[in-house]
Design a binder for this molecule. Structure first.
Ligand code: UD1
Ligand code: CA
Length: 473
């Protein structure tokens, strides 16, 4: 833990500015809730921050749609500061004065710049402390710096900074400066709050710019220094749709590289959309045009074939997902085979070695070890034992128009094709249900249930109909 001159541990907070509306996105949703890599911008920044300091020392400054933003990230355990009116980045920090006052150092991050890493935050912190600076800013060199604040150093080779100048206040000569303010800072708390009142709204946006603190502190003979990031991508902000898409692509490209480095084969990787929190074990193969989203976990030796979309699901080892499956909120155990074209909805638990085939929809069911439902079937609110064979076209009628009811199919049952099982109903162990049956009553173990009209055969009927037709012509 970094310590101060007198050896006392420094109290360090991280403030994340996340109150802005995001006008440039032209969206009714708050900017920091827009997603990249499958989760909100702010969630990425928080994830990096809480690797550096405990969550309670991270303060998200929220304002626009504050309740929604708070709800989206409350589970992370961070603290919140409310900036009711959004009058600029400097104003955001003014509102956090009470919360941040007790700390020695505050690191300020932008809630719309999600690529920041904990190691860069630590570098910023350590550099700031080692220089005993009042303000340290993170800089990046960009080929196209348009839109960013530019850094005016005291002299080209020195790390001391004279000021930051925002894009729309740049003098013609300053437009050439490619060293930009990344929007991440460290401040010594005492001089920061001593001078923050000097910020003014005397600028084209009539906002309090946090960036003006560089000039103010520097004029006050406080030390303002800059540290350059080695990776300019890390500081990209998602201010426009195009920037969001660019950041999303970068996050996913890195994710795929990490998975491949960990032993996962991804064919035509640029066609696969994999969220940043997904985990996939070694020796699993992902075919082209697959989406794997949310908190999905996939074991080893699986094959996920093309055009399948898997979200928030847990898949064991050696599972085969054939093409065109939609799998959401499901658990699939070892060596099961799914698809092609299966739809596994939330609460589906597919047992070891079980098969779910073409055009089968499942919801809130347990399909036991080795059981099979291979064709054209709907299984909802059902508990299905081991070694069960569910025939083609079987339907569990789980909904009576008001309530949902459960179907229980015990071990070793054989359900003939095109059966309708009207819940609540129980099919006992080892029983048979004849094809085409409508089953409304429980079936005892080891019995045969037939719920259909007996077949009638009228010999010669068709032939006589045809000849009757001819004589009528
Ligand atoms: C800011 C910097 C700019 C820098 C760039 C890097 C200022 C004035 N400019 O510009 O020098 O190059 O970041 O990405 O700071 N926010 C609040 N409350 C407010 C206003 C904004 O919390 O009242 C939040 C926003 O939600 C956002 C962050 O602060 O997450 C940055 O604001 P934004 O408007 O995006 O600043 P930039 O124009 O990108
Ligand atoms: Ca921004």
């Amino acid at each position: 833990m970094p310590s101060s001159k007198d050896g006392r541990a420094l109290r360090i907070a991280i403030a994340i500015m996340a109150a802005g509306k995001g006008t440039r996105l032209k969206s009714k949703h708050p900017k920091v809730l827009h997603e990249v890599g499958g989760k909100p911008l702010l969630a990425h920044v928080i994830a990096a921050a809480i690797k550096v300091v405990p969550a309670k020392d991270v303060y998200a400054i929220i304002g626009h749609e504050a309740d929604r933003v708070r709800e989206a990230v409350a589970h992370t355990g961070v603290s919140f500061v409310l900036q009711k009116e959004q009058r600029g980045t400097g104003h955001a920090l003014m509102t956090a004065r009470e919360a941040l006052g007790p700390y020695d150092v505050v690191i300020v991050l932008s809630g719309d710049a999600p690529l920041i890493t904990s190691s860069t935050i630590e570098k910023l912190r350590d550099f700031h402390i080692s220089r005993r600076a009042a303000m340290t800013l993170l800089a990046a060199r960009m080929d196209n710096p348009t839109g960013y604040g530019r850094i005016i150093r005291k002299s080209a080779k020195k790390e001391e900074v004279q000021a930051i100048v925002e894009q729309n206040s740049l003098a013609a000569a300053q437009k050439k400066i490619r060293e930009v303010n990344a929007g991440f800072y460290a401040f010594a708390v005492a001089p920061f709050f001593r001078t923050i009142e000097k910020l003014s709204t005397n600028n084209p946006h009539h906002e309090f710019y946090l960036t003006d603190m560089a000039g103010i502190l520097s004029k006050n003979k406080e030390r303002v220094v800059v540290i350059e990031t080695s990776d300019a991508y890390e500081v990209l902000g998602g201010n426009t749709r195009a920037e969001l898409v660019d950041i999303d692509q970068r996050i996913r490209a890195v994710k795929r590289q990490q998975l491949m480095a960990g032993g996962v084969t991804i064919f035509y990787p640029e066609t696969c959309v994999i969220d940043s929190d997904v985990e996939i074990a070694a020796d699993t193969t992902i075919e082209p045009f697959v989406q794997i989203l949310g908190g999905t976990r996939i074991g080893s030796d699986c094959r996920i074939r093309s055009y399948s979309g898997i979200s928030n699901s847990k898949i064991g080892d050696g599972v085969l997902v054939r093409p065109g499956c939609v799998i959401d909120g499901a658990r699939i155990d070892k060596a099961a085979v799914i698809g092609p074209y299966s739809h596994l909805r939330p609460g589906s638990e597919i047992g070891e070695g079980a098969h779910v085939g073409n055009f089968v929809e499942t919801k809130n069911i347990r399909l036991g070890t080795g059981s099979k439902a291979n064709h054209l079937t709907y299984l909802g609110d059902a508990e299905i034992g081991e070694g069960v064979n569910v025939g083609a076209g079987t339907i569990t009628c789980n909904y009576d128009g008001v309530n949902k009811h459960k179907t229980v199919i015990e071990d070793g049952v054989f359900i003939g094709s095109d059966a309708t099982l009207v819940a609540p109903v129980r099919i006992g162990k080892g029983a048979y249900v004849g094809a085409g049956s409508c089953i409304t009553d429980d079936v005892p173990a080891d019995s045969l249930a037939l719920g259909r009209a007996r077949q009638v055969v009228k010999q010669g009927w068709a032939k006589s109909k045809r000849s009757a037709g001819k004589t009528n012509q």
